[in-house]
Design a protein around this ligand. Structure first.
Ligand code: NAG
Ligand code: NAG
Ligand code: NAG
Length: 177
């Protein structure tokens, strides 16, 4: 999730003129310049995408901000995914599907890229040891985030892990629920 922020910060800090001209000249620019899926194909630096498919910050601030739910239909669901009704769960699953669709070309074709998209209600899983590399850290296909990033960083193998959909993952350290 830090990587996603880098694109945004680049804009904020006025380094736009250093961005790839093929990117800034594209059809989608500038409207979607913040969106990694459009910037991704112009980035030649090897890239690792680490995010949860149900990022709690995105869930609470982008997918269902309180200002978009004045009647509070989502109050229970926002605090506990198990309390979501069928429609809300479908919307959350759609959110995951859209994200995976946006990353599908990277997933299929990037030869030097890596990814780890788990299905946890989390945000920022890289800076604390308990979600990065311990015996009970979140895993996808029995691989921790540190192992997946290590595979990519040290060029050991192409590692692009995508978790099964919520609620299948029992290794999550969820922030809600
Ligand atoms: C931009 O695109 C052109 C045409 O596809 C390509 O030849 C050129 O190398 C690209 N430039 C950069 C900086 O990627
Ligand atoms: C779910 O969505 C359908 C179609 O929009 C609607 O008819 C139904 O009332 C909704 N159910 C709940 C529990 O919100
Ligand atoms: C998962 O990985 C751990 C080491 O990280 C290993 O001890 C364990 O046997 C693995 N489990 C499976 C089911 O492969």
């Amino acid at each position: 999730n830090h990587r996603w922020k880098v694109v945004y910060l680049a804009e904020q800090q006025g380094v736009e003129q250093n961005l790839d001209k093929n990117c800034t000249g594209s059809l989608y620019y500038p409207k979607q310049r913040f969106c990694l899926q459009y910037a991704l194909k112009y980035i030649r630096t090897p890239f690792f995408i680490l995010n949860s498919a149900y990022d709690v910050y995105q869930f609470h601030h982008i997918l269902v901000p309180p200002s978009a739910d004045l009647s509070g239909h989502w109050n229970h669901c926002r605090l506990n995914p198990a309390a979501c009704n069928t429609n809300q769960t479908n919307i959350l699953q759609g959110f995951r599907k859209d994200m995976l669709a946006a990353l599908s070309l990277f997933f299929k074709y990037s030869k030097r890229g890596g990814m780890f998209i788990n299905s946890c209600f989390a945000h920022c899983q890289s800076e604390s040891q308990d979600t990065w590399l311990t015996s009970d850290s979140p895993r996808v296909h029995n691989k921790t985030i540190a192992e997946a990033v290590g595979d990519w960083y040290f060029g050991r193998r192409v590692t692009k892990e995508i978790d099964c959909a919520y609620p299948c993952d029992s290794t999550c350290h969820n922030l809600i629920g």
